[in-house]
Design a protein around this ligand. Structure first.
Ligand code: MN
Length: 209
């Protein structure tokens, strides 16, 4: 009989950094309420349930398990929890914390790499529009080469999410916009430019320069 008692830390749902109506009119209060309290909380709970199962497997209490399924379930939910943690911080009230153009190092990098914000906005919008189905568009910093990189992520699956130097990201699951924008996902993508928090993006970039 094994006496090993694993102590695996659990995920927590961090508080939303603003009120549910803070991003209106671009993202409605009802969407924020459901998105945070149902969807984000669901990923946190799902990740913790996956950890409970892994603990039981370690203890020998679950004999008949499918590691591929266990790992897939853990990755799906834990990445979901982590991506939403960044997503809320990465947004801000239009006109005060959200929208406008980035300054600082990020603004310089965008100017150098894209020849100005307008060109960057056009290209990044095209990338966001190119994602079909549920997923995320992420811009991260490729540190060794000193450049910004765009990627699209299906569902929540991406390797090394813990260390990915995310600068900005957009949740493009239907639950993020359907209540307000219905099938017009491009309108949601266009609206996002009014609530993206460039100060948060700059802070994220600065951590990796
Ligand atoms: Mn979501």
């Amino acid at each position: 009989m094994s006496t090993f008692k694993p102590e695996l830390k659990k995920y927590e749902l961090p508080p939303l950094p603003y009120n549910y109506d803070a991003l209106e009119p671009y993202i409605s209060k009802d969407i924020m309420d459901l998105h945070y309290n149902v969807h984000h909380k669901g990923y946190v709970n799902g990740a913790n349930a996956a950890i409970d199962k892994i603990e039981k497997i370690f203890k020998g209490e679950v004999k008949d398990h499918d590691w591929a399924g266990v790992v897939r379930n853990f990755v799906f939910n834990s990445n979901g929890a982590r991506l939403h943690n960044v997503f809320w911080q990465n947004l801000g009230s239009p006109g005060s914390k959200g929208g406008g153009k980035p300054g600082g190092k990020l603004g310089d990098l965008i100017d150098k790499q894209f020849g100005g914000f307008d060109k960057f906005k056009q290209v990044y919008t095209d990338v966001m529009r190119s994602l079909t189905g549920s997923g995320w568009t992420i811009m991260y910093y490729e540190k060794d080469l000193g450049r910004l990189v765009f990627t699209t992520v299906e569902n929540h699956f991406i390797n090394h999410i813990v260390d990915l130097p995310i600068v900005i990201l957009l949740d493009q699951w239907e639950h993020a916009y359907y209540l307000q924008y219905k099938t017009n996902r491009n309108a949601y993508i266009d609206a996002w430019w009014n609530v993206v928090n460039w100060d948060d993006a700059e802070k994220r970039l600065q951590k990796h320069l």
